[in-house]
Structure formats: C-alpha cells, structure tokens
Design a protein around this ligand. Structure first.
Ligand code: ROI
Length: 166
C-alpha cells in the first residue's frame, strides 16, 4: 500500500483548449488520481474562460485539484509531464499557445521552489482568475506561500469572464 505518512498537500492546475477540453480535463483528473503515491483530496468544478495571452486560440477549460502526495516536487512534475504527453501535448512552437493539456504544480505544501524547470508557487498565480477562483472553491482558507491569503488575492483579481460550468 502507498505510504502517504510523509505526505504534503499540493495543488495542481489543469487547463486545456484543444481536442474536447472538458474531456481532456476529466481524463487527466482520472490519470492523476490513479498515480501511485498520490491521494485525491478535492477537485473543483470545471471553469470556462477566454484565453489569457495570445487571443488567436480557442477558449479554455480549467480546474484545480488538491492532492496529498509522498512524491517530491520534481517527481510529481515528471509524472504530470508524462500525463501531458499521453494526452497529445506537444511542447514546441508558440509560448503561451494552444494546448491539449497543461498540468501545473501550483502549490507544494509551504515550500518556495525556484528551479530552472519549476517555480512554486506557480508564477503568475495571483493574476489568474482561472486558477484563483477554482482554488477558492475547494480551499477557501488557503494561504499561498509568499503571496498571502487566497481570499485577499481574489479581491484584486477580476473574474475576467470566467464562468463556472454546472
Ligand atoms: N488562458 C486561460 N484562460 N486558461 C489557461 O489555462 C491558460 N493557460 C496558458 C495561457 C496561454 C497563459 N493562457 C491561458 O498557459
């Protein structure tokens, strides 16, 4: 059985704007939940939003997931990148371009991490309604390490057309 005694609570952001985005998110949710050394704590509703960044791409579906994990940040990143690949993600071309699946480690316990391939909390988290509002749905009392209370961050982050799907 998986030993989650030494476990950390982490939050993962999921996003897709290609190839049936809602289906991509649901499939990624199942793939993450099935990872060894991970236990699902919560999963938000799906949210619809216009693209942030380049506008010449389809709208996005986003969600966030809370997990308990015994994986290190880099081991978790590795598992998430594998799931991105199995969902047809091709890492090339335009930065901030359309993608079938984007999985980001938003928060990993209380840790502040700055590595070449990994910044935690995720950079830009405080400007992204499609991250903050789903986070608030599943963890309203959350404090984002180095950034402050989620509830306070939300007051400075307009909805920007974000819609929660039923
Ligand atoms: N815009 C939205 N609405 N949702 C995303 O997940 C998203 N992801 C990105 C960029 C291209 C910045 N824009 C996005 O990576």
């Amino acid at each position: 059985m998986t030993d989650l005694n030494q476990s950390i609570t982490a939050f993962i952001g999921l996003g897709s704007n290609l190839a049936s985005p809602a289906m991509q998110i649901k499939s990624a949710h199942e793939a993450i939940a099935a990872l060894p050394s991970i236990r699902e704590l919560a999963f938000s509703s799906l949210y619809h939003s216009a693209p942030m960044g380049p506008q010449d791409q389809p709208d996005y579906i986003n969600a966030v997931m809370a997990i308990e994990t015994a994986l290190s940040p880099l081991a978790l990143l590795n598992e998430l990148q594998y799931i991105e690949q199995t969902h047809g993600r091709i890492r090339q071309g335009q930065r901030w371009g359309a993608r079938t699946l984007d999985l980001d480690i938003l928060i990993y316990g209380e840790q502040l991490i700055e590595l070449p391939d990994l910044t935690i909390p995720h950079s830009g988290i405080t400007e992204r309604a499609f991250v903050l509002y789903p986070l608030f749905e599943i963890a309203p009392l959350l404090k984002i390490p180095g950034k402050g209370k989620l509830a306070d961050l939300l007051t400075d982050c307009p909805l920007s057309g974000l819609k929660r799907l039923e």
